[in-house]
Write a protein that binds this ligand. Structure first.
Ligand SMILES: [Fe+2]
Ligand SMILES: [Fe+2]
Length: 336
């Protein structure tokens, strides 16, 4: 999942492999012209150093969010209530791993290696979406993550299909198609539960209560507190502001909640005839920042699980490298 609103400052010190851009007014003019004409910037094109750094940070945070996002739902694969739900969940979690791969590849085209990005994640210097630092307590959480978390991710990510950086924009087209399946499978799982027992309905409502506000925070701080947004908009990286995206998501979700038969936990949520949008209550930004800064309920567990998975996979990487070097030797021998 996840995107522009997660482009918060991290302390990676990720260095670009390519030298910093020198003052180059002609190249800058060509770059500006391309951006103004809504063209795509490609890896071989000159780009301002700030543009490159912003993209590396944003795309790598997005990639980290995809692979850390596999963990809360992955916990439920062995406890899925039926073979059908298990197959769907395995496919979804696998998709998230694939999203991570496309995104690391897109970030690598900017001159930063995957090893550098993973080191930044594993050492705790890089951020990933804070939404994954909350626990999944029951099966309804899996449905609510699909419906609301993937739903919020889609709202964030559709504008990124038009991002000015070609490899990121192209990766997002496929990601968005898959996210749409994630959202619908979550909603369908919840619809099934809402047709069940009172206990099942209560589980869905409880999960909605716990996730709603956290999903609204996924769009990032209010526009007034997002100082980097204007530059990202100027560069064609960000297309729609945090508050506008949040509003769109709320307006789309309210009727879906009605069909489902759940209450969204906000007493201030109501239709505003004049604005032709829903008004909504205050998001707890202190809680959001506290989680971003490492103090959420699952931050330590998620990072430890990710690091262990990486270390446990070392033999696979070693085997792949050994195989490719054997193949290369064979090709060289055959050619000799
Ligand atoms: Fe994803
Ligand atoms: Fe997803």
């Amino acid at each position: 999942m996840y995107t522009q609103s997660f482009n918060v400052q991290d302390s990676t010190g990720l260095k670009s492999v390519t030298p910093p851009a020198v003052e180059n007014p002609e190249a800058q003019a060509r770059f500006d012209q391309k951006i103004d004409a809504d063209g795509k910037i490609e890896p071989q094109d000159w780009m301002p150093d700030g543009y490159r750094k912003t993209l590396v940070r944003q795309i790598s945070q997005h990639a980290h969010s995809e692979i850390v996002g596999m963990l809360p739902e992955g916990n439920w694969i062995s406890r899925a209530p039926s073979l059908k739900r298990k197959a769907i969940l395995i496919a979804k979690v696998q998709d998230e791993g694939g999203h991570g791969l496309y995104l690391y590849s897109a970030a690598e085209t900017l001159g930063t290696s995957r090893g550098q990005m993973l080191d930044a994640l594993h050492s705790g210097k890089a951020k990933y979406s804070s939404i994954f630092n909350y626990p999944t307590l029951n099966w309804a959480d899996v449905g609510v993550i699909g419906w609301l978390v993937d739903g919020a991710a889609i709202s964030n990510q559709i504008p990124l299909c038009r991002c000015s950086y070609g490899p990121y924009a192209r990766a997002m087209i496929r990601v968005c198609k898959e996210e749409s399946f994630h959202q619908r499978q979550g909603y369908e799982a919840l619809l099934t539960m809402m047709g069940g027992t009172d206990a099942q309905k209560a589980m869905v409502q409880d999960a909605v209560n716990r996730w709603w506000w956290k999903c609204l925070a996924m769009f990032g701080p209010p526009d007034a507190d997002s100082p980097h947004s204007a530059q990202a908009m100027r560069w064609g990286i960000k297309r729609i502001s945090n508050d506008d995206l949040r509003q769109k998501f709320i307006d789309a979700t309210v009727p879906q909640a009605r069909v489902l038969g759940v209450t969204l936990p906000d007493p201030d949520l109501k239709w505003n005839e004049e604005r032709q949008h829903h008004d909504y209550g205050q998001i707890d930004w202190d809680e959001f920042w506290s989680t971003v800064n490492g103090n959420g309920p699952c931050n330590k567990e998620r990072l430890a699980t990710r690091v262990k998975a990486h270390n446990d996979g070392q033999w696979v990487r070693d085997a792949a490298l050994a195989y490719s070097s054997k193949q290369l030797n064979k090709t060289l021998k055959d050619a000799a």
